[in-house]
Design a protein around this ligand. Structure first.
Ligand SMILES: NC(=O)c1ccc[n+]([C@@H]2O[C@H](COP(=O)([O-])OP(=O)(O)OC[C@H]3O[C@@H](n4cnc5c(N)ncnc54)[C@H](OP(=O)(O)O)[C@@H]3O)[C@@H](O)[C@H]2O)c1
Length: 337
Protein backbone atom coordinates (compact mmCIF):
# COMPACT_ATOMS: atom_id res chain seq x y z
CA UNK A 1 0.00 0.00 0.00
CA UNK A 2 1.50 3.38 -0.99
CA UNK A 3 1.35 6.68 0.90
CA UNK A 4 0.23 8.95 -1.98
CA UNK A 5 -2.58 6.55 -2.80
CA UNK A 6 -6.19 6.89 -1.59
CA UNK A 7 -7.63 5.55 1.64
CA UNK A 8 -10.48 3.27 0.62
CA UNK A 9 -13.29 1.51 2.47
CA UNK A 10 -15.46 -1.33 1.20
CA UNK A 11 -18.86 -1.68 2.85
CA UNK A 12 -20.30 -5.14 2.28
CA UNK A 13 -16.87 -6.77 1.96
CA UNK A 14 -18.25 -10.22 2.86
CA UNK A 15 -21.05 -10.29 0.26
CA UNK A 16 -21.26 -11.52 -3.33
CA UNK A 17 -20.67 -8.11 -4.91
CA UNK A 18 -18.28 -6.82 -2.20
CA UNK A 19 -16.00 -9.85 -2.25
CA UNK A 20 -15.78 -9.43 -6.03
CA UNK A 21 -14.70 -5.80 -5.51
CA UNK A 22 -11.71 -7.21 -3.57
CA UNK A 23 -10.79 -9.45 -6.52
CA UNK A 24 -11.17 -6.61 -9.03
CA UNK A 25 -9.06 -4.22 -6.90
CA UNK A 26 -6.35 -6.90 -6.90
CA UNK A 27 -6.65 -7.62 -10.62
CA UNK A 28 -6.50 -3.95 -11.62
CA UNK A 29 -3.72 -3.12 -9.12
CA UNK A 30 -5.83 -0.32 -7.71
CA UNK A 31 -3.58 2.09 -5.75
CA UNK A 32 -4.26 1.98 -2.01
CA UNK A 33 -2.84 3.63 1.07
CA UNK A 34 -5.25 1.71 3.26
CA UNK A 35 -8.24 -0.57 2.70
CA UNK A 36 -10.92 -0.82 5.39
CA UNK A 37 -13.18 -3.85 4.99
CA UNK A 38 -16.58 -3.33 6.60
CA UNK A 39 -19.86 -5.19 6.95
CA UNK A 40 -22.61 -5.78 9.54
CA UNK A 41 -22.24 -6.91 13.17
CA UNK A 42 -22.76 -10.49 11.88
CA UNK A 43 -19.25 -10.40 10.43
CA UNK A 44 -17.36 -9.29 13.50
CA UNK A 45 -14.42 -11.66 14.02
CA UNK A 46 -14.28 -12.72 10.38
CA UNK A 47 -11.62 -11.82 7.84
CA UNK A 48 -11.41 -11.40 4.08
CA UNK A 49 -8.37 -12.18 1.95
CA UNK A 50 -6.79 -9.32 0.02
CA UNK A 51 -3.45 -9.39 -1.78
CA UNK A 52 -2.50 -12.48 0.19
CA UNK A 53 -3.30 -10.97 3.59
CA UNK A 54 -6.18 -11.63 5.96
CA UNK A 55 -7.95 -8.32 6.66
CA UNK A 56 -10.30 -8.13 9.66
CA UNK A 57 -13.90 -7.14 8.93
CA UNK A 58 -15.25 -4.32 11.11
CA UNK A 59 -18.78 -3.04 11.53
CA UNK A 60 -19.61 -0.07 9.34
CA UNK A 61 -19.89 3.09 11.38
CA UNK A 62 -19.28 6.78 10.70
CA UNK A 63 -15.89 6.87 12.44
CA UNK A 64 -14.56 4.10 10.18
CA UNK A 65 -15.49 6.07 7.06
CA UNK A 66 -13.85 9.24 8.34
CA UNK A 67 -10.82 10.23 6.24
CA UNK A 68 -11.68 7.91 3.35
CA UNK A 69 -11.11 9.20 -0.18
CA UNK A 70 -13.29 6.52 -1.77
CA UNK A 71 -15.90 4.24 -0.23
CA UNK A 72 -17.43 1.38 -2.20
CA UNK A 73 -20.92 0.51 -0.99
CA UNK A 74 -22.15 -3.05 -1.67
CA UNK A 75 -24.43 -3.65 1.30
CA UNK A 76 -27.92 -2.66 0.16
CA UNK A 77 -29.94 0.53 -0.03
CA UNK A 78 -30.49 1.15 3.69
CA UNK A 79 -26.75 1.18 4.39
CA UNK A 80 -26.02 3.43 1.39
CA UNK A 81 -28.81 5.80 2.37
CA UNK A 82 -27.39 6.16 5.88
CA UNK A 83 -23.66 6.34 5.18
CA UNK A 84 -23.02 7.58 1.62
CA UNK A 85 -24.05 11.18 2.46
CA UNK A 86 -21.59 11.13 5.40
CA UNK A 87 -18.78 10.14 3.02
CA UNK A 88 -19.72 12.99 0.66
CA UNK A 89 -19.96 15.49 3.52
CA UNK A 90 -16.47 14.49 4.65
CA UNK A 91 -14.98 15.23 1.22
CA UNK A 92 -14.75 11.61 0.05
CA UNK A 93 -16.56 9.91 -2.83
CA UNK A 94 -19.12 7.16 -2.31
CA UNK A 95 -19.28 4.71 -5.24
CA UNK A 96 -22.62 3.05 -4.63
CA UNK A 97 -23.76 -0.34 -5.93
CA UNK A 98 -27.21 -0.14 -4.35
CA UNK A 99 -30.25 1.22 -6.15
CA UNK A 100 -30.89 3.97 -3.60
CA UNK A 101 -29.43 6.96 -5.52
CA UNK A 102 -29.70 5.70 -9.10
CA UNK A 103 -32.61 7.86 -10.17
CA UNK A 104 -31.60 10.90 -8.09
CA UNK A 105 -30.93 13.65 -10.66
CA UNK A 106 -28.24 15.12 -8.35
CA UNK A 107 -26.29 11.84 -8.45
CA UNK A 108 -24.60 10.72 -11.69
CA UNK A 109 -25.40 7.17 -12.81
CA UNK A 110 -22.25 6.00 -14.58
CA UNK A 111 -21.05 3.25 -16.89
CA UNK A 112 -17.56 4.36 -18.01
CA UNK A 113 -17.92 3.00 -21.56
CA UNK A 114 -21.24 4.83 -21.99
CA UNK A 115 -21.11 8.11 -20.08
CA UNK A 116 -17.84 8.22 -18.14
CA UNK A 117 -17.67 12.01 -18.47
CA UNK A 118 -20.60 12.22 -16.02
CA UNK A 119 -18.24 11.27 -13.19
CA UNK A 120 -17.10 14.90 -13.19
CA UNK A 121 -20.60 16.01 -12.13
CA UNK A 122 -20.52 14.18 -8.82
CA UNK A 123 -21.07 15.88 -5.49
CA UNK A 124 -19.63 13.07 -3.44
CA UNK A 125 -21.89 10.19 -4.52
CA UNK A 126 -21.78 8.24 -7.80
CA UNK A 127 -24.37 5.54 -8.50
CA UNK A 128 -23.66 2.31 -10.37
CA UNK A 129 -26.53 0.89 -12.40
CA UNK A 130 -28.25 -2.45 -11.98
CA UNK A 131 -26.38 -5.56 -13.18
CA UNK A 132 -28.68 -5.97 -16.22
CA UNK A 133 -28.81 -2.26 -17.06
CA UNK A 134 -24.98 -2.05 -17.27
CA UNK A 135 -24.47 -4.67 -20.01
CA UNK A 136 -27.55 -3.50 -21.90
CA UNK A 137 -26.25 0.07 -21.93
CA UNK A 138 -22.76 -1.03 -23.03
CA UNK A 139 -24.29 -3.06 -25.88
CA UNK A 140 -26.91 -0.54 -26.94
CA UNK A 141 -25.00 2.77 -26.71
CA UNK A 142 -22.91 2.14 -29.87
CA UNK A 143 -25.99 0.96 -31.80
CA UNK A 144 -27.94 4.00 -30.62
CA UNK A 145 -25.12 6.35 -31.69
CA UNK A 146 -24.94 4.75 -35.14
CA UNK A 147 -28.58 4.07 -35.94
CA UNK A 148 -30.81 5.67 -33.27
CA UNK A 149 -32.68 3.45 -30.83
CA UNK A 150 -36.47 3.56 -31.11
CA UNK A 151 -37.69 0.58 -29.08
CA UNK A 152 -36.22 -2.15 -26.86
CA UNK A 153 -37.54 -5.59 -25.93
CA UNK A 154 -35.64 -7.77 -23.44
CA UNK A 155 -36.01 -11.19 -21.83
CA UNK A 156 -33.41 -11.88 -19.15
CA UNK A 157 -31.84 -15.10 -17.86
CA UNK A 158 -30.39 -13.99 -14.51
CA UNK A 159 -27.92 -15.90 -12.37
CA UNK A 160 -28.49 -16.82 -8.72
CA UNK A 161 -25.60 -14.63 -7.55
CA UNK A 162 -27.52 -11.57 -8.70
CA UNK A 163 -29.70 -12.11 -5.63
CA UNK A 164 -26.61 -12.37 -3.40
CA UNK A 165 -24.73 -15.14 -1.62
CA UNK A 166 -27.87 -16.61 0.02
CA UNK A 167 -29.39 -17.74 -3.26
CA UNK A 168 -26.04 -19.13 -4.46
CA UNK A 169 -25.89 -21.24 -1.28
CA UNK A 170 -29.54 -22.29 -1.58
CA UNK A 171 -29.06 -23.35 -5.22
CA UNK A 172 -26.01 -25.46 -4.29
CA UNK A 173 -27.98 -27.32 -1.60
CA UNK A 174 -30.90 -27.86 -3.98
CA UNK A 175 -28.50 -29.33 -6.54
CA UNK A 176 -27.17 -31.81 -3.95
CA UNK A 177 -30.73 -32.67 -2.86
CA UNK A 178 -31.85 -33.33 -6.43
CA UNK A 179 -28.74 -35.46 -7.08
CA UNK A 180 -29.43 -37.51 -3.94
CA UNK A 181 -33.11 -37.97 -4.77
CA UNK A 182 -34.28 -35.73 -1.90
CA UNK A 183 -37.00 -33.13 -2.45
CA UNK A 184 -35.23 -29.74 -2.49
CA UNK A 185 -36.57 -26.95 -0.31
CA UNK A 186 -36.42 -23.18 -0.60
CA UNK A 187 -36.19 -20.65 2.22
CA UNK A 188 -34.63 -17.60 0.55
CA UNK A 189 -36.28 -17.56 -2.90
CA UNK A 190 -40.02 -18.07 -3.52
CA UNK A 191 -39.51 -21.26 -5.60
CA UNK A 192 -36.88 -23.95 -5.87
CA UNK A 193 -34.41 -22.59 -8.45
CA UNK A 194 -32.57 -25.79 -9.31
CA UNK A 195 -34.02 -27.40 -12.47
CA UNK A 196 -36.32 -24.42 -12.77
CA UNK A 197 -36.83 -21.03 -14.45
CA UNK A 198 -38.57 -18.37 -12.35
CA UNK A 199 -40.14 -15.19 -13.77
CA UNK A 200 -40.15 -13.50 -10.37
CA UNK A 201 -38.61 -13.37 -6.92
CA UNK A 202 -38.30 -9.59 -6.92
CA UNK A 203 -40.66 -7.19 -5.19
CA UNK A 204 -43.63 -6.29 -7.40
CA UNK A 205 -44.54 -2.80 -8.59
CA UNK A 206 -48.06 -3.36 -9.86
CA UNK A 207 -47.69 -6.00 -12.57
CA UNK A 208 -43.93 -5.51 -13.00
CA UNK A 209 -41.00 -6.78 -11.00
CA UNK A 210 -38.78 -4.22 -9.31
CA UNK A 211 -36.00 -5.48 -11.59
CA UNK A 212 -38.05 -4.71 -14.72
CA UNK A 213 -38.75 -1.20 -13.45
CA UNK A 214 -35.10 -0.55 -12.52
CA UNK A 215 -33.70 -1.79 -15.83
CA UNK A 216 -36.21 0.27 -17.81
CA UNK A 217 -35.54 3.48 -15.87
CA UNK A 218 -31.78 3.08 -15.75
CA UNK A 219 -31.32 2.21 -19.43
CA UNK A 220 -33.40 5.26 -20.33
CA UNK A 221 -31.24 7.43 -18.06
CA UNK A 222 -27.92 6.01 -19.28
CA UNK A 223 -28.81 6.40 -22.96
CA UNK A 224 -30.49 9.77 -22.32
CA UNK A 225 -33.68 8.50 -23.94
CA UNK A 226 -36.35 9.27 -21.32
CA UNK A 227 -39.20 8.25 -23.62
CA UNK A 228 -37.68 4.99 -24.90
CA UNK A 229 -40.30 2.26 -25.19
CA UNK A 230 -39.10 -0.79 -23.25
CA UNK A 231 -40.78 -4.19 -22.93
CA UNK A 232 -38.99 -6.46 -20.47
CA UNK A 233 -39.48 -9.71 -18.54
CA UNK A 234 -36.82 -10.59 -15.94
CA UNK A 235 -36.26 -14.27 -15.19
CA UNK A 236 -34.06 -16.10 -12.68
CA UNK A 237 -32.32 -19.24 -13.98
CA UNK A 238 -30.24 -21.90 -12.17
CA UNK A 239 -26.88 -20.46 -13.20
CA UNK A 240 -24.34 -19.40 -10.55
CA UNK A 241 -22.74 -16.37 -12.24
CA UNK A 242 -23.37 -14.20 -15.35
CA UNK A 243 -26.64 -12.77 -16.55
CA UNK A 244 -27.81 -13.26 -20.13
CA UNK A 245 -30.42 -11.32 -22.08
CA UNK A 246 -32.20 -11.86 -25.36
CA UNK A 247 -32.56 -8.38 -26.84
CA UNK A 248 -34.61 -7.04 -29.73
CA UNK A 249 -34.16 -3.44 -30.87
CA UNK A 250 -36.03 -1.30 -33.32
CA UNK A 251 -33.74 1.34 -34.82
CA UNK A 252 -34.41 4.67 -36.52
CA UNK A 253 -32.46 3.67 -39.62
CA UNK A 254 -31.66 0.36 -41.24
CA UNK A 255 -28.74 -1.56 -39.70
CA UNK A 256 -27.59 -4.60 -41.56
CA UNK A 257 -26.23 -7.22 -39.13
CA UNK A 258 -22.71 -7.12 -40.61
CA UNK A 259 -22.43 -3.36 -40.00
CA UNK A 260 -23.89 -3.71 -36.50
CA UNK A 261 -21.39 -6.48 -35.77
CA UNK A 262 -18.47 -4.30 -36.93
CA UNK A 263 -19.65 -1.38 -34.76
CA UNK A 264 -19.99 -3.63 -31.72
CA UNK A 265 -16.58 -5.23 -32.35
CA UNK A 266 -14.91 -1.83 -32.03
CA UNK A 267 -17.05 -0.62 -29.10
CA UNK A 268 -15.34 -0.20 -25.71
CA UNK A 269 -15.91 -3.01 -23.25
CA UNK A 270 -17.58 -5.27 -25.84
CA UNK A 271 -16.50 -8.63 -27.13
CA UNK A 272 -18.37 -10.14 -30.08
CA UNK A 273 -18.57 -13.92 -30.51
CA UNK A 274 -20.98 -14.55 -33.32
CA UNK A 275 -20.73 -17.59 -35.52
CA UNK A 276 -23.76 -19.68 -34.67
CA UNK A 277 -23.02 -22.13 -37.49
CA UNK A 278 -20.06 -23.31 -35.40
CA UNK A 279 -22.02 -22.88 -32.14
CA UNK A 280 -19.98 -19.76 -31.31
CA UNK A 281 -21.94 -17.34 -29.12
CA UNK A 282 -21.50 -16.20 -25.52
CA UNK A 283 -22.84 -18.31 -22.65
CA UNK A 284 -22.81 -17.56 -18.90
CA UNK A 285 -20.50 -20.47 -18.07
CA UNK A 286 -17.84 -19.13 -20.43
CA UNK A 287 -18.38 -15.45 -19.65
CA UNK A 288 -18.20 -15.79 -15.83
CA UNK A 289 -14.97 -14.18 -14.61
CA UNK A 290 -14.72 -11.77 -17.53
CA UNK A 291 -14.92 -7.97 -17.37
CA UNK A 292 -16.43 -7.46 -20.82
CA UNK A 293 -19.94 -7.48 -22.20
CA UNK A 294 -20.20 -10.40 -24.64
CA UNK A 295 -22.54 -10.26 -27.62
CA UNK A 296 -23.60 -12.84 -30.20
CA UNK A 297 -26.57 -13.99 -32.33
CA UNK A 298 -26.60 -10.59 -34.07
CA UNK A 299 -29.22 -10.82 -36.78
CA UNK A 300 -32.19 -9.11 -38.35
CA UNK A 301 -35.51 -9.16 -36.52
CA UNK A 302 -37.84 -9.30 -39.51
CA UNK A 303 -40.91 -8.70 -37.34
CA UNK A 304 -40.05 -4.99 -36.92
CA UNK A 305 -38.95 -2.20 -39.25
CA UNK A 306 -35.17 -1.74 -38.83
CA UNK A 307 -35.20 -4.54 -36.29
CA UNK A 308 -32.12 -6.30 -34.89
CA UNK A 309 -31.87 -9.18 -32.44
CA UNK A 310 -28.86 -9.98 -30.26
CA UNK A 311 -27.84 -12.06 -27.22
CA UNK A 312 -25.94 -10.25 -24.46
CA UNK A 313 -24.04 -11.91 -21.58
CA UNK A 314 -21.99 -10.33 -18.78
CA UNK A 315 -20.66 -11.40 -15.38
CA UNK A 316 -23.13 -9.76 -12.99
CA UNK A 317 -20.62 -9.69 -10.14
CA UNK A 318 -17.79 -8.18 -12.23
CA UNK A 319 -18.96 -5.83 -15.02
CA UNK A 320 -22.48 -5.82 -13.52
CA UNK A 321 -21.16 -4.72 -10.14
CA UNK A 322 -17.52 -4.69 -8.99
CA UNK A 323 -15.65 -3.93 -12.21
CA UNK A 324 -17.94 -1.05 -13.07
CA UNK A 325 -17.53 0.38 -9.55
CA UNK A 326 -13.74 0.11 -9.65
CA UNK A 327 -13.62 1.67 -13.15
CA UNK A 328 -15.70 4.57 -11.79
CA UNK A 329 -13.28 4.97 -8.86
CA UNK A 330 -10.36 4.99 -11.34
CA UNK A 331 -12.05 7.86 -13.21
CA UNK A 332 -12.47 9.73 -9.91
CA UNK A 333 -8.76 9.33 -9.18
CA UNK A 334 -7.82 10.42 -12.72
CA UNK A 335 -9.88 13.58 -12.20
CA UNK A 336 -7.91 14.39 -9.05
CA UNK A 337 -4.52 14.26 -10.74
N1 LIG B 1 -25.02 -9.57 -6.60
C1 LIG B 1 -25.01 -8.82 -7.69
O1 LIG B 1 -24.89 -9.33 -8.84
C2 LIG B 1 -25.12 -7.33 -7.57
C3 LIG B 1 -24.99 -6.59 -8.73
C4 LIG B 1 -25.15 -5.21 -8.67
C5 LIG B 1 -25.42 -4.61 -7.48
N2 LIG B 1 -25.54 -5.36 -6.34
C6 LIG B 1 -25.84 -4.64 -5.10
O2 LIG B 1 -24.82 -4.87 -4.17
C7 LIG B 1 -25.36 -4.85 -2.85
C8 LIG B 1 -24.98 -6.14 -2.13
O3 LIG B 1 -25.54 -7.23 -2.84
P1 LIG B 1 -24.94 -8.69 -2.76
O4 LIG B 1 -25.56 -9.44 -3.87
O5 LIG B 1 -23.47 -8.65 -2.63
O6 LIG B 1 -25.58 -9.21 -1.36
P2 LIG B 1 -25.05 -10.31 -0.34
O7 LIG B 1 -24.24 -11.34 -1.01
O8 LIG B 1 -26.26 -10.74 0.42
O9 LIG B 1 -24.08 -9.47 0.64
C9 LIG B 1 -24.59 -8.43 1.44
C10 LIG B 1 -23.43 -7.68 2.07
O10 LIG B 1 -23.94 -6.52 2.72
C11 LIG B 1 -23.56 -6.55 4.09
N3 LIG B 1 -24.62 -5.96 4.91
C12 LIG B 1 -25.93 -6.31 4.94
N4 LIG B 1 -26.57 -5.51 5.82
C13 LIG B 1 -25.66 -4.66 6.33
C14 LIG B 1 -25.71 -3.62 7.30
N5 LIG B 1 -26.84 -3.28 7.91
N6 LIG B 1 -24.57 -2.94 7.57
C15 LIG B 1 -23.40 -3.27 6.97
N7 LIG B 1 -23.29 -4.26 6.05
C16 LIG B 1 -24.41 -4.94 5.75
C17 LIG B 1 -23.37 -8.03 4.41
O11 LIG B 1 -22.57 -8.16 5.55
P3 LIG B 1 -22.63 -9.44 6.55
O12 LIG B 1 -21.75 -10.49 5.95
O13 LIG B 1 -22.08 -8.89 7.83
O14 LIG B 1 -24.05 -9.86 6.64
C18 LIG B 1 -22.69 -8.48 3.13
O15 LIG B 1 -21.33 -8.09 3.13
C19 LIG B 1 -26.87 -4.63 -3.01
O16 LIG B 1 -27.13 -3.25 -2.90
C20 LIG B 1 -27.12 -5.09 -4.42
O17 LIG B 1 -28.23 -4.47 -5.01
C21 LIG B 1 -25.40 -6.71 -6.35
Amino acid sequence: MTSSAPTVALVGATGAAGSTVLRVLEDRRFPLRELRTLASPRSVGSTVTFRGEELPVAVVEASRLHGCDIVFFAAGSATSKEYAPLVAAGGGVAVDKSSYFRMDPAVPLVVPEVNGERVREHRGIIANPNCVAIPLAVALAPLHRAFGLRHLTVATYQAASGAGRNLVAELAVQEQDDAAGRVPSNDFYPHVLHRNVIPGGWRMYGDDTEEEVKVTQEVRRLLELPELGVGITTVRVPVAVAHAAAVWVELETDADPATARRILESAPGVRVLDDPATQAYPTPREVAGSDEVHIGRIRRDPSREHGLALFVVADNLRKGAATNAVQVAELVLEGRR
